[in-house]
Design a protein around this ligand. Structure first.
Ligand code: CP
Length: 324
């Protein structure tokens, strides 16, 4: 891989390699010194045209743990406000010697354009574009599911093959849902989307998943339930009845969580709106992986950066004690 633009571009072997490399990277976080020299002398720019907490900070943490030089760019406070284009912004940054660009943009397709336009030579990593894709989120979600669900008494096979994953909420505006459907299908999981009819995209019939409007019917058959935020900032009309009605039909509370199998986990990409799609009781419960997902995001982003930029060096050199 030269760029990471879409989860749909990953073969099963690509995805498994990233997940296995992330396991190696996670071991670095347990060391007293959490740094590897792998990207020493390489420069990564984080180019954020949209707000972010988790993705921006975890990419920065991953880059620093791999010893890369890091440049942070946010559109707010930059010459973008004076009308500078994506092309000119990217070329300005590349003139300063950048090896990789991590880009978040409100326009679906912006990372693809950057990677395929010939404007820059750097590797491009999509950190979320419009309603299109968020591939590192899907990878960290799959990593979290593997860690939580594989090897436990679920009566299912190895890895994510046959795991039943339910994604609930604003599918229409969710790049997280699209990326997860693509990656989970590649990894052999069975995905069901649950949403009000107004928040289901046209064309979902062509996606490799099922669609249901009945959350209560799907919960007992789920190994993981991923709750999504309703993205009001991307809506210009009333897409759902009222918050109260939405929570009543599609929110996850303690009673609903009790209908899930004992081994099943609750996931959320964040940011959560407590009281809307998820109650505080569920968000703070041991079954909820939201904080774990954030920690796993650093390992996944280290793995992606290493595989795109790291060349032939071993990802992690183990000490003798670790090898025993
Ligand atoms: N999950 C996610 O992309 O969160 P941020 O918008 O905070 O990066």
């Amino acid at each position: 891989l030269r760029h990471l633009i879409s989860a749909a571009d990953l073969t099963r072997d690509d995805a498994v390699l990233i997940l296995d490399t992330a396991e190696e990277m996670a071991r670095v976080a347990d060391r007293p010194i959490k740094k590897l020299p792998t990207l020493r002398g390489r420069t990564v720019v984080n180019l954020f045209f949209e707000d972010s907490t988790r993705t921006r900070i975890s990419f920065e943490a991953a880059e620093k743990r791999l010893s890369a030089d890091v440049i942070n760019f946010t559109a707010k406070g930059s010459s973008v406000s004076k009308g500078e284009s994506l092309k000119d912004t990217a070329q300005t940054l590349e003139a300063m010697g950048v090896d990789a660009v991590v880009i978040r943009h409100g326009a679906s397709g912006a990372p693809y354009r950057l990677a395929n336009s010939g404007w820059i030579d750097a590797a491009v990593i999509n950190a979320g574009d419009g309603t299109h894709q968020h591939p590192t989120q899907a990878l960290l979600d799959a990593f979290t599911m593997r860690r939580r669900l594989v090897g436990r008494d679920t009566g299912l096979g190895q890895d994510l093959d046959g795991r039943r994953i339910t994604i609930v909420g604003d599918i229409l505006h969710s790049r997280v849902a699209r990326s997860n459907v693509d990656l989970l299908h590649t990894l052999g999981a069975e995905v069901t989307l649950v949403a009000p009819p107004t928040l289901v995209p046209v064309g979902v019939g062509n996606w490799p998943c099922e669609v249901s409007y009945d959350l209560d019917a799907v919960l007992p058959k789920s190994d993981a339930v991923m709750m999504l935020r309703v993205q009001r900032e991307r809506m210009n009309a009333a897409f759902f009845p009222t918050e109260r009605e939405y929570s009543r039909r599609y929110g996850l509370d303690g009673d609903r969580m009790a209908r899930m199998p004992e081994h099943a986990v609750v996931m959320h990409p964040g940011p959560m709106v407590r009281g809307m799609e998820i109650t505080a009781e569920v968000a703070d419960s041991e079954r909820c992986t939201v904080v774990e997902q954030v920690a796993n995001g650093v390992s996944i982003r280290m793995a992606v950066l290493y595989l795109l930029l790291g060349g032939n060096e071993p990802a992690v050199t183990h000490t003798r004690t670790e090898e025993k």
